[in-house]
Design a protein around this ligand. Structure first.
Ligand code: SF4
Length: 232
């Protein structure tokens, strides 16, 4: 968790940001606090920015709403969330008075039982986020390098596959730093975190994980699938 205070370079405005500039900003952000990174992102992208929230915990929501209480929070409702996750949404909404946007696939869209897990994630997560991002220039996400091997080299700032700028203000936080922030700020945490689910997705595709196992090994367990496609 970085605590360095930083000033915003106003010369780096969104439309002019090339991939080389994004790489340079990302490098610079390694020593910035998450709050300062969120502040830069809000100042740079304004209302064409949102936070994508998984509701495994509300660390990023806590950080972002302290910078801008009205920042748009997007929750993708796949139709298969655990009741505990939906409870976390309601608790966060109550506590932060969120500018919350819940997005769903069309009712006619198939599910994992008809499309398989790849098709279901594509239809109920990726396509829904694509629809949201069509009107955005940037998004904030709580993705962290420590979560799993495939995320170990994630940049703090990058251009995603849609061409939209993806900002991960806590990418370089360790698990201990997240837990410390949760304690210090009394952050709302999905109750499943304390019941053997360190990584929480949809109920048909999330299993309990034993102590010491890869935290994401409970996602699509035994299938070889490790990501829903939102980030890769
Ligand atoms: S995690 Fe499972 S239920 Fe959720 S969108 Fe993906 S395949 Fe469907």
């Amino acid at each position: 968790m970085q605590t360095t205070s930083a000033t915003v370079d106003a010369s780096l405005s969104a439309p002019r940001l090339t991939d080389v500039e994004l790489d340079a900003i990302s490098e610079r952000f390694e020593t910035w606090s998450a709050t300062d990174i969120v502040g830069w992102t809000i100042e740079t992208f304004g209302s064409r920015l949102c936070v994508a929230a998984s509701m495994a915990d509300t660390v990023l929501i806590d950080i972002a709403t302290k910078v801008d209480p009205d920042i748009e929070i997007v929750f993708l409702d796949t139709g298969f969330h655990f009741p505990e996750t939906l409870l976390t949404v309601r608790k966060a909404q109550q506590r932060y008075q969120l500018n919350l946007r819940v997005e769903r696939a069309k009712p006619t869209v198939g599910d994992l039982f008809t499309l398989g897990t790849e098709g279901c994630c594509a239809a109920r997560k990726v396509a829904v986020l694509d629809r949201v991002m069509a009107e955005k220039d940037a998004w904030l996400t709580g993705l962290r390098r420590a979560e799993t091997e495939s995320r170990a080299n994630s940049a703090i700032v990058s251009r995603d596959k849609r061409g939209v700028v993806k900002v991960c203000p806590i990418a370089n936080w360790s698990d201990d730093e997240v837990n410390a922030y949760i304690l210090e700020n009394d952050v709302i945490v999905n109750p499943l975190q304390h019941q053997g689910y360190p990584s929480i997705g949809c109920w048909p595709c999330t299993s309990k994980v034993a102590q010491g196992e890869d935290p994401r090994s409970g996602r699509w367990a035994g299938s070889g699938k490790t990501e829903c496609g939102l980030h890769l």
